[in-house]
Design a protein around this ligand. Structure first.
Ligand code: ADP
Ligand code: SR1
Ligand code: MG
Ligand code: MG
Ligand code: MG
Length: 510
């Protein structure tokens, strides 16, 4: 953004800005004097305004030259809204149903304007805290991740297009540096930014900083984060970056996007589900009520969800409404929907375990299918076809290894078809390639999940799941169990060969 043209918006400024844009004005409808606007930003970094007009609503997100939750003492460049808009536009090519539409990317004002995720959409983390179930969440997250990661990786792109994408997002360097600092480095050293529940966690934090194997593992994950240009990743895919209803899933807040390791998105998502799992034991309870019906679906057959079926079928009512007849006046006053029965909290933990298992299982299944489909010479053999119609990003002739026509066929340049899908190979070589790929992806996802969990407990940016537990002893107990689980996984990630092993270990913690 040019410093000359940039100015920070307040509510009236944001309204006037939108009113000056004919397209945006038409989307909201009516006269600007009748529009409503409010600043709703509850994230760590930016300012977010919601504008309501008679026809629809819009979201305007503006970056100021510092990190919002810290203040001007932590300056941050103004490029991030552009990269957020650019990433969401890329994801929209493959799965528009899972991202808000970008209507404006104004680099000089460091702002974007995007579609509004209307109520009943809520931030997933808030739904987790209320023990809300989302029956299509696993299917949706698996869908968006498999498509976004596949179509922006060398599994489907040619090398030239992939390098171009990598170069474009390489400029989002300041955001990567934030992650390098707050996720991978600070939690393992003395830093004024760090905080934890003290004194309860003091010994654990001291121990963590002396744990050589842990620090080596964290450094190995950091090196992968910095070195691996694998696919266009969201870069901050925690449960505060996903908005949900029972039927819809929307990925927002892609300002950390860059071409990095696929496992970082998967690990970040899994970590935040696991943080919710550990927080459930400390979150507010309503008086005990009759046991909730088990809401956990018996299995997670990926083939049953390709048509949008329920991966995680819900109980008839995932809430305990009406079952608590003796809630005191005092309790009901503070009840904002977060109080659920102990039984419900218990069954919700099982639902979260299944969510992790199903998301991974469906993701892996979809990735294999995409890879196999696009490894057929009959698919995506035209280098100029549109990515969303069946292939990744391609530049065409003069591009990657296939640019001059040699090799031919579909697929990406990492696994050229003649090598991996030749007639003499049958399905064998591709199957081995897929098995190896997914094994490494899981190992790295477990590693990234470990560092994400650790930093959310001892680093600068904590999560509401734990922060809203008022009783400090109870909160510390939950955090300690999460921290020890994360440490063990990070160090032992190579001994967790399947998602079933990971969720088994998680289940064994309670
Ligand atoms: P930050 O980068 O500061 O974390 P976010 O993009 O996460 O900002 O937005 C902050 C909050 O604004 C979100 O938690 C959500 O409540 C709201 N918000 C952001 N984008 C949308 C949207 N498209 N629709 C509805 N609410 C949104
Ligand atoms: C100062 S770090 C703030 C954190 O919030 C963002 O959402 C990212 O997770 C980042 O690490
Ligand atoms: Mg956010
Ligand atoms: Mg959309
Ligand atoms: Mg953000």
């Amino acid at each position: 953004a040019s410093a000359d043209l940039f100015y920070p918006l307040n509510e009236s400024g944001a309204l006037a800005y939108v009113a000056r844009d004919a397209n945006l004005r038409a989307i909201l409808g009516g006269d600007p004097s009748g529009w409503e606007i409010s600043e709703v930003g509850d994230g760590n970094i930016n300012f977010v305004f919601i504008l309501k007009g008679p026809s629809s609503c819009l979201v305007l997100k503006q970056a100021l030259p510092y990190i919002r939750c810290i203040g001007e003492s932590w300056p941050l460049g103004l490029e991030r809204t552009h990269f957020e808009a650019a990433a969401l536009k890329q994801f929209a090519r493959f799965c528009p149903q899972y991202v808000p539409t970008i209507y404006k990317d104004d680099r000089s004002m460091a702002l974007l304007v995007e579609g509004y995720c209307a109520p009943p959409h809520v931030i997933l983390r808030k739904g987790f805290i209320k023990a809300e179930e989302y029956p299509l969440l696993a299917e949706h997250v698996a869908d968006v991740l498999s498509k976004a990661l596949f179509f922006t990786s060398l599994l489907s792109c040619d090398t030239s297009a992939h390098r171009q994408l990598t170069a474009e997002f390489c400029e989002n360097v300041q955001m990567r540096m934030v992650t390098e600092q707050v996720v991978f480095t600070e939690p393992y050293v003395l830093s004024r930014n760090n905080r934890w529940t003290t004194p309860q966690l003091d010994n654990e934090v001291m121990d963590l900083r002396k744990d050589s194997r842990l620090k080596v593992a964290a450094a190995q994950m950091k090196a992968k984060f910095c070195e691996r240009a694998q696919a266009l990743i969201h870069g901050d895919l925690h449960s505060g970056s996903i908005m949900v209803t029972q039927t819809s899933t929307q990925v927002i807040d892609a300002e950390f996007a860059f071409v990095g390791p696929m496992a970082f998105d998967l690990g970040c998502y899994i970590a935040n589900v696991m943080l919710s799992f550990f927080s459930q034991d400390g979150l507010p309870l309503s008086p005990s009520s009759s046991p909730s019906p088990s809401s956990v679906s018996p299995d997670c057959d990926p083939s049953s969800v390709d048509d949008g079926g329920n991966a995680l079928s819900s109980s008839p009512s995932s809430r305990d409404e009406g079952s608590n007849t003796e809630i005191s006046a005092e309790m009901s006053e503070v009840d904002d929907g977060r109080r659920v029965s102990a039984d419900r909290r218990h069954s919700y933990k099982q639902w979260l375990v299944r969510l992790i298992e199903c998301t991974w299982t469906i993701f892996a299944h979809k990735l294999r299918l995409l890879w196999a489909e696009h490894s057929s010479p009959s698919v995506s053999s035209c280098p100029t076809e549109k990515a969303a119609q069946g292939g990744g990003i391609k530049l065409g002739r003069g591009g990657g290894e296939r640019g001059g026509g040699e090799g031919g066929g579909g697929g990406g340049d990492a696994y050229p078809l003649p090598v991996y899908c030749g007639v003499e190979d049958g399905d064998t070589t591709l199957a081995i390639a897929q098995d190896e790929f997914l094994r490494e992806l899981l190992e790295d996802s477990v590693g990234f999940a470990g560092v994400e969990m650790i930093r959310r407990i001892v680093g600068i940016a904590h999560v509401e799941d734990f922060e809203c537990i008022d009783d400090v002893e109870i909160r510390a107990g939950c955090e300690l169990r999460a921290l020890r689980f994360a440490r063990s996984n990070l160090v032992n990630r190579r001994e967790i060969p399947t998602i079933h092993e990971l969720v088994h270990r998680l289940s064994m913690t309670s």
